[in-house]
Design a protein around this ligand. Structure first.
Ligand SMILES: NC(=O)c1ccc[n+]([C@@H]2O[C@H](COP(=O)([O-])OP(=O)(O)OC[C@H]3O[C@@H](n4cnc5c(N)ncnc54)[C@H](O)[C@@H]3O)[C@@H](O)[C@H]2O)c1
Length: 327
């Protein structure tokens, strides 16, 4: 049963996954989005005008504001984060502050509110490190060496998971952590290989691969993760758990991904290679049996279908040229 009649606080709700999820919840629930618009998939959309949605521009580092917004909430979905390798490398201190202290603030405010039926904490598949083949939730996490900038994100998110789990264990806060594996689809702004390749393919500009393109990823269409989240919000079995959410069938190399997008978009763009200036994840494929079993969830959208829908969305959205310059 989808949620109804609930008061849902979504941090980072103006982002890609947040706006897609909010569209599924907004008719039947009251939604408050807290976002500082570091990224923005919300402004100018129908969702932003919806009478059941209130947007508050603010920061998860503001504990007083979080306390105020959590006061009457029944559900908290914590998505606000600095994500994407480029943004993380831009400022590791900001990444740690937002992802770690921000998560602490969200948990503390939710705990104090005492009205929370479910809190969903967004972690990441990066917690599995450079080689992750059919990884299960119980497998050992790996963060590389201290000082390797890229792992700042994974460490901050893993600490958030530990925090969320501790609030569940010690205070009974009904928290759940989710580890998304490479989510893509309509509405994604500012980051991710599929966003980059698609906007540049449509604009006829070079598709830039960092490294030799042999990195392997499993791609999860955004509607599939949203289905999993709807179940996590509703089902008691999810409480206190962590879930891998991804699509183990949609696995390709980064070069194959660029070539597919080029073909599906009917583009003449050239694929070029540039050196990598950070440690990369060589392989990342989830095992999602736990979500299958506990949530009765299954990823349904296969890669070419998802890519075609995504390309269609970007094609309708003009001007692609200005997006391509930032991608
Ligand atoms: N998209 C993926 O493939 C993927 C993979 C793994 C994990 N995740 C996690 O899922 C969550 C949602 O991802 P997304 O793809 O929608 O990312 P996104 O960047 O589109 O959304 C994140 C939102 O957080 C907001 N934000 C950033 N700093 C903030 C702050 N200090 N205060 C308030 N808001 C702030 C941004 O403005 C943005 O709207 C994030 O926590 C991300 O780390 C995403």
């Amino acid at each position: 049963m989808p949620l109804s009649g609930k008061k849902i606080l979504m941090t980072g709700g103006a982002g890609f996954i947040g706006t897609t999820l909010a569209r599924r919840l907004v008719e039947e629930n009251e939604i408050v989005i807290l976002d500082n618009l570091h990224r923005d998939s919300l402004t100018g959309t129908d969702l932003a005008q919806h009478t059941n949605l209130r947007f508050v521009q603010g920061d998860v580092l503001d504990l007083a504001l979080l306390r105020e917004l959590s006061e009457r909430a029944t559900h908290v979905i914590h998505m606000a984060a600095i994500a994407g390798v480029d943004k993380v490398l831009e400022s590791r201190v900001r990444t740690m502050r937002v992802n770690l202290i921000g998560t602490y603030n969200v948990l503390e405010a939710a705990h104090e509110a005492g009205t929370i039926e479910r809190l969903v904490d967004f972690s990441t598949s990066e917690v599995f490190g450079t080689h992750a083949y059919k990884v299960e939730e119980t497998h050992v996490t790996s963060q590389g060496s201290v000082g390797e900038a890229r792992w700042t994100y994974a460490v901050s998110k893993l600490a958030g998971e530990y925090l969320a789990h501790s609030y569940f264990d010690e205070f009974g806060l009904p928290a759940v952590s989710v580890r998304p594996f490479n989510v893509y689809g309509p509405g994604q702004v500012g980051s991710g290989a599929i966003h980059h390749f698609t906007v540049r393919a449509l604009a006829g500009e070079q598709l830039v691969i960092h490294g030799d393109g042999s990195q392997i990823r499993a791609w999860c269409y955004v509607d599939d993760i949203v289905e999993a989240l709807l179940k996590i919000l509703d089902r008691d079995e999810a409480v206190g758990e962590v879930f891998n959410i991804g699509n183990p069938r949609s696995v390709v190399t980064v070069f194959d991904l660029a070539a597919r997008i080029k073909r599906l978009a009917g583009s003449d763009s050239e694929i070029v290679f540039k050196p990598l200036h950070y440690t990369d994840v060589e392989m990342r494929i989830p095992n999602v049996d736990k979500a299958r079993k506990l949530l009765e969830w299954e990823p349904r959208v296969d890669l070419d279908d998802g890519l075609a829908r995504t390309i269609g969305w970007y094609r309708e959205r003009r001007p692609v040229q200005s997006l391509a310059s930032q991608a």
